[in-house]
Structures are given as structure tokens and as C-alpha cells.
Design a protein around this ligand. Structure first.
Ligand SMILES: Cc1cc2nc3c(=O)[nH]c(=O)nc-3n(C[C@H](O)[C@H](O)[C@H](O)COP(=O)(O)O)c2cc1C
Length: 348
């Protein structure tokens, strides 16, 4: 952000990037997990959260089955499409399509470490190519109109340990008009670790995100990585612009509800009430021919760590694939959960 025109562009994009200046709660893009059914469920739990799709490659958006790849229900808003790729023209085209489709934000993936993604020269390996990323993001910003373009990245790759290099990466992208960064606050190790290990083994360094926010206060900096409880999430308020939860949101979705309710000063609702709000959607999808198991797999953690959580999961995972399985099975799972809770209550 060295020249004034670029700084101005970046501030404009910052202002567009979120609907209010409030601290943002987001649910991370997660391949095979954050599909449209999952996002509709998360929307019920967390009315104010920002939701992200799974990563979709720009070429797939341009040439693939858009009805499937960009499936999105109107209740999901605000929802971001995450794009992967490294060709500025293709990314611009995919961004235009995403905007026409109604996405509220287009996010660029600079954090995925998988071999397949590296072979395609996108994802985390782009952290070593800031000029190319700037070209890509600049093209996306140009194509997005009023819709914000954001970037999700790591701190570096392999043994990168130079904060200055990380900040320079961010600055080069901010210079082309991106004002909102989601920082998965660890390196990606491109050799020798699986994507799963790459979410656990490289150490988290939140201090780099804090330092970046201190030094670049005009940028919106959202923290991702290892946020698993209310206290850690709450601890980022006042320091950063938001938190993005991935695995914890998926495996313990009621945590999303608790955070969203707390930050909006709304009363928390019981899990069963929230789940019943999902019924019209589930029944509409069943009527469209969607199998129940494709929806219920996202619900399994609703009673995570609570009495009866296990039988709830068991009923759904053992029977949701059977022909004719419908909303009644979800009611049975809830009954199995509440029976355990009642038993415990009686024993006390
Ligand atoms: C199953 C799974 C799939 C993921 N797919 C993506 C993806 O498509 N795009 C992306 O940027 N990150 C992806 N991630 C990484 C998450 O967005 C997030 O950065 C990471 O899990 C760290 O956050 P957490 O500790 O809150 O889970 C994925 C993570 C998981 C567990």
C-alpha cells in the first residue's frame, strides 16, 4: 500500500467487504463439507455469520455444471464463493459468473496445500508468487463490481519464517484493491504432509495476524485456525475484524449458535427448536429427490459433548441411507437423544 491511489482503492474495498463494521463470524470453506445443505443448516444456527462455499476451480465455474457447482439457497446470504485458480482472465470470468449468480463475496484461495492443487499451480503454493496473485486478484476486483473480493491465505509455505515477506505478500494484494484477508495463521508445508496434517502440524502463530492488523489498520483481518471455543473466539474481539471457524463449526455446530447469539445479544435457542426450523427445507429437498443422508450427515454433531449425542448420531448414521427415510427419522433421533437426557435427569 505504498502509493496513495492503491491505498484509496484498498480502503474502498474494505468498506465494501462487510455490511457493517462489526466483528464478523464466518464458517470456513470446507471441501465436501460446506455444501448448500450444510450452509442452510448453519444459517439457521447463526443468522449473522458469513458462510463460504467449498473451493471451486475457476475453470469448473466456466465450463462445468453450474447448477451443481454453484448451488445456493437464497436463505444462505451473506454467502461467499471461494475460487481456486491462477489464471487472471479465467478468475475474472468466474468472478463475473459468481456475481451474476448472487454471491455476496468472492474469495480467492491461497491456502490449500494438496498435491493436486500444487500440481495445478494454485492454492498455498501461490504464496511464493505474490505478483501472480496480485494479477489474479486485480482481475477479480475489476470483474466483481461492487461485490468484495477477499483472500484466504496462510502465513507462508514450508520453512518461510520472515514476517516481512508475509506482509509484503499482503501489501501487494492490497495494492490491487483487496481490503479483507482471512489468515489461516500457520504455514503450509508443501512436501511431506497431507492436507489434514497441514491443518494440525505447522504451529499456529496468531501474533503475525495481530501485528499485521496493528501495522495495516485499514485492512480487515480475520483470523482462522484452531479456534475451538467461545473464549478463544471472544479473545479476538477488539484485536481483529473477525474469526473464521472451520472444523469446530462443523463438528460442534451449536458453538456457532452460541457465538452468533452472544455477539448479536440474542437469546440462545434449544437445539431441538433450531433443528425443527430446518424441517421445511429438508422436506422440500426430499420432494426434489435428494436422499436424506446427504443432509443429515451435517447434523451429526448438533448434540456434540451433550447427553444423548451418541444415540442421536447413531439413529441418523445407521438409517438415513435407507429407502423412504424422511423427517420422521430426525424426530426419532431427537427422541433417542431426549430419552437419554431424561434418564440422566431421573437418576439425579
Ligand atoms: C474437510 C476440510 C476441507 C477444507 N477445504 C477447504 C477449502 O475448500 N478451501 C479452503 O480455503 N480451506 C479449506 N479447508 C481449511 C479450512 O477452511 C480452515 O482453514 C482450516 O480447517 C483451519 O481452520 P479450523 O482450525 O477452524 O478448522 C478445509 C478444511 C477441512 C477440515
Amino acid at each position: 500500500m505504498n502509493h496513495p491511489q492503491a491505498a484509496e482503492k484498498s480502503v474502498i474495498n474494505t468498506m465494501k467487504s462487510v455490511t457493517s463494521s462489526d466483528f464478523v463470524l464466518s464458517v470456513a470453506p470446507m471441501m465436501d463439507w460446506t455444501d448448500t445443505h450444510c450452509r442452510v443448516f448453519h444459517r439457521i444456527l447463526a443468522p449473522d455469520a458469513r458462510l463460504y462455499t467449498e473451493m471451486v476451480h475457476a475453470n469448473a465455474v466456466i465450463h462445468g455444471d453450474r447448477a451443481q457447482l454453484l448451488a445456493m439457497n437464497p436463505v444462505e446470504h451473506p454467502v461467499a464463493l471461494q475460487l481456486g485458480g491462477s489464471d487472471p482472465a479465467h478468475l475474472a470470468e468466474a468472478t463475473r459468473i459468481a456475481v451474476d449468480h448472487g454471491f455476496d463475496e468472492v474469495n480467492f484461495n491461497c491456502g490449500c496445500p494438496s498435491d493436486r492443487v500444487q500440481a495445478g499451480r494454485f492454492g498455498a503454493c501461490l504464496m511464493r508468487e505474490p505478483a501472480l496473485v496480485a494479477d489474479c486478484v486485480g482481475a477479480m476486483v475489476g470483474a466483481a463490481g461492487k461485490v468484495p473480493v477477499t483472500v484466504k491465505c496462510r502465513l507462508g509455505v514450508d520453512d518461510d519464517d520472515d514476517y516481512g515477506q508475509f506482509r509484503s505478500f499482503i501489501d501487494q494484494i492490497a495494492d490491487v484493491g483487496c481490503g479483507h484477508f482471512v489468515i489461516h495463521a500457520r504455514n503450509a508445508w508443501l512436501k511431506g504432509l497431507s492436507p489434514k496434517e497441514n491443518r494440525e502440524v505447522p504451529p499456529l502463530r496468531y501474533d503475525w495476524a495481530y501485528r499485521l492488523k496493528d501495522e495495516r489498520p485499514d485492512l480487515r483481518i480475520e483470523l482462522n485456525g484452531g479456534i475451538r471455543d467461545i473464549d478463544t473466539a471472544e479473545g479476538q474481539r477488539g484485536r481483529l475484524d473477525g474469526v473464521m471457524l472451520g472444523r469446530a463449526a462443523y463438528h460442534d455446530p451449536y458453538l456457532l449458535h452460541r457465538l452468533d447469539s452472544q455477539w448479536a445479544a440474542r437469546a440462545e435457542l434449544p437445539r431441538a427448536d433450531l433443528l425443527r426450523r430446518f424441517r421445511p427445507y429438508v422436506e422440500a429437498k426430499l420432494a426434489d429427490g435428494v436422499a436424506l443422508k446427504h443432509i443429515t450427515r451435517h447434523l451429526l454433531g448438533l448434540w456434540h459433548g451433550e447427553p444423548g449425542g451418541r444415540p442421536f448420531r447413531q439413529v441418523l448414521s445407521e438409517r438415513a441411507h435407507l429407502p423412504g427415510a424422511g423427517w420422521g427419522l430426525i424426530e426419532e433421533a431427537m427422541a433417542a437423544q431426549s430419552a437419554v437426557e431424561a434418564q440422566l435427569g431421573n437418576a439425579r
